[in-house]
Every structure is written in C-alpha cells, then in structure tokens.
Design a protein around this ligand. Structure first.
Ligand SMILES: Nc1ncnc2c1ncn2[C@@H]1O[C@H](COP(=O)(O)OP(=O)(O)OP(=O)(O)O)[C@@H](O)[C@H]1O
Length: 347
C-alpha cells in the first residue's frame, strides 16, 4: 500500500514553532522509507500523524487510495513498532506475537500458523514458550517486530525500534530487520536519528530539519550530493567537510578563482587523496590528529588554516605536525552558497 502525505502542518498547543511545516511525501508500495534528522525536527510527529496518534492541523494522509486523515488508528490498517516496545510481561512470547491477531478475532489455528511463521523468520521458535523477562534485549525487540509483521497489514510504522539495544546488537539486528522487511515486502516508514541506520535501511531517506524535509532520495544520492550544508553535515561519519572556495584556488586553478571567493566547497573525507610526498596537483596540509579506525586511518588536517578530515588506507602512517599532500578530484567537489548553505550548480 502506498502512503501519500500531503501538506501536513502540525503545531502543538502552546508551541510557537510548527512541529511539521507543510510536509508532503509519498512512500511507494513496498518501499522502505526512513525519516531521519536531529532531535526535535518533527519526524516522530509525522509518523504519529500517519499512525493516527496525532491529528494534523491541516493536510491529508492517504493509505492506498483511501483518505485516512480523520480515521482512528485502529481503522487505518497499519502495524507499529515503537521504541518503548510494549510487550506484555505476563504473556508468553507466543501470546505476545499473536496478540494483534487475537484482537482481530482470527481463529486459533490460523494464529498458531502465522505466529510459527513469524517466529521462524525472526529466530524466536526456541523461545515461544518463555516469558519476556526470560529473553535478551535483542530477543524482546524481535518479539515486538514479530508482533507487528504477523498482522500482515499493508503498512508498517517503526519509531526508533533499535534504540534499546546495545551497539553490537543494534548492528546485527539492523541487517536482520532489513532482510525481514524485504521478505515480507510491506511498505515501511521508519524513524531514526541515527544517520548510519537510515543509510543502511532505507530505499530512500528523507532528511528532516525544523519540521521540513531538507532532502529526499536514495541514501547514496543524498550522501554524495547533499542539497545543502545541513544535510552534508548530518549524513556521514565523518560529516562532509566544508571549506571556503578561496582555500582551494591552488587545486581548482586560477581560472576559477574569481568565482571561488563566494562559494563554500563540500568534500567527503574519502574523496581526498593523501600522499606523504609531493605529487602533481597536490596542496600541502599539516596533520593535527591521527585516528586509526581499523578499516582506515582518519586524519584531521589543516589546509591553509582550515580544518578538514580525510581518510586514508589503514597502512598510511602519519604523525601529528607532519606535512602531507592532498589531491582533490574536481568531480567530487560540491559547491554551496555560504550565506544560505544551499547547493549551487557547478558552472
Ligand atoms: N506532545 C507535545 N507537546 C508539545 N510539543 C511537542 C510535543 N511533542 C513534540 N513536541 C515538539 O514538536 C517538535 C517536534 O518533535 P518530534 O518529537 O516530532 O521530533 P523528533 O524529530 O521525533 O525528535 P526526537 O528524535 O527527539 O524524538 C519539537 O520541537 C518538540 O519539542
């Protein structure tokens, strides 16, 4: 089922600012779309309006072709998994997973069949007869997901479903979740403040800021070509570097110098080539900090007084205060308006 969100405005009582400010968005049938952004940007509010847990001031929500804007949550045909996954402590895993089906008066044999199937998908078969207290955090989280997917509704809404897990489990379960959602093929709207999670899971990501969608697109497109400085600085670890154009005159050539005074140049850490020796077209920089990440060596360097992060192969050896040489591939540079932070088309 596709979800069509049109011009949603929501202001909470007593708040001066809009929590969502005229948001329009279409989630295609079977698509996994992630809403991501810093705390307070309005992503949870948007999800809760789709769920029917908040009422928009203006705007409409359609699920499939049906206008559900005025419908109660239980009549919208959606499943939800929230951060505080409310699984019932007094019910065994089997009853917890089957709860939604029992509420819908599905007959017992069918409930059993579907619970068994979901349990297998989520590797919970062994623990179906346990109580939640006898499960690990990751297993509890899987119960919450199983309970949502077993209902087989056309739309799945998730709000930070992995946030209760420790870093390792989070990473593991992220990949499992991606696989499961692909298998069941449900249209999914997913909220997270974690940009890595958003990139990993989303067919498309919508980066939100101040109640609006700053950019919407496939993860790598948004990563490679951020539409503004905010998106480039939010997505990616490390975030995109931004340098005044004047710092790159030597790289881009004197011809482009006049135009460079008024631009901000964005470049990703891994797009800068680093050499210990001077090479053609290279500019000198000084190493400030060296951080081994295992997969790469992350260097903080000073280029003409401007700080940036560059990543090199893990075998690259560098020490603080050492001079190194940087090469920039013009094709990987992005240009922004220093006043507005908006992307400029390359001339
Ligand atoms: N029940 C509420 N009453 C008043 N203001 C609210 C309420 N819920 C959210 N807000 C405000 O609305 C704005 C958007 O909040 P929302 O929870 O949607 O953001 P979010 O991006 O999900 O943030 P987080 O990641 O911290 O949950 C914020 O300014 C927040 O303070």
């Amino acid at each position: 089922m596709k979800i069509t969100i049109s011009d949603l405005v929501k202001t909470y009582p007593g708040q001066a600012r809009r929590a969502t400010d005229d948001v329009s968005l279409e989630v295609a049938d079977g698509e996994f779309l992630v809403l991501v952004g810093p705390s307070g940007c309005g992503k949870t509010t948007l999800l809760r309006m789709v769920a029917g847990l908040e009422t928009p001031d203006t705007g409409t929500i359609h699920i499939g072709d049906k206008d559900v804007t005025g419908l109660a949550a239980r009549h919208r045909g959606i499943s939800m998994v929230f951060q505080s996954y409310a699984i019932f402590p007094h019910m065994k895993v089997r009853e917890n997973i089957g709860f939604g089906l029992a509420m819908r008066k599905v007959d017992a044999a069918e409930i059993r069949r579907r619970v068994d199937q979901a349990a297998e998908l989520l590797q919970l078969t062994e623990v179906l007869d346990r109580f939640p207290a006898q499960l690990s955090g990751g297993q509890r989280q899987r119960v919450a997901v199983a309970r949502a997917v077993v209902v087989d509704s056309g739309v799945l809404l998730m709000d930070e479903p992995l946030s209760n897990l420790d870093a390792l489990l989070r990473l593991q379960f992220r990949a499992e979740l991606k696989k499961i959602v692909r298998e069941i093929g449900t249209t999914t709207l997913y909220v997270t403040h974690d940009q890595a999670e958003a990139m990993s899971l989303g067919d498309r990501v919508a980066v939100m800021r101040d109640g609006r969608i700053a950019q919407l697109g496939p993860p790598l497109e948004v990563y490679d070509t951020p539409s503004d400085q905010f998106v480039g600085g939010f997505l990616g670890s490390p975030p995109m570097n931004f340098l005044p154009g004047s710092a790159l005159v030597a790289v881009l050539g004197a011809d482009s110098a006049p135009g460079l005074d008024n631009v901000l140049v964005g470049v990703r850490a891994e797009k800068v080539a680093v050499d210990a020796e001077r090479t053609a077209d290279a500019v000198p920089a000084t190493v400030e900090v060296v951080e081994p990440t295992g997969a790469s060596m992350l260097l903080t360097v000073l280029l003409d007084g401007h700080r940036l992060k560059v990543s090199t192969p893990p075998t690259f050896t560098a020490a603080p205060e050492q001079q190194i040489w940087l090469r920039f591939d013009p094709a990987s540079l992005r240009f922004y308006d220093p006043e507005t932070g908006l992307a400029l088309l390359k001339s």
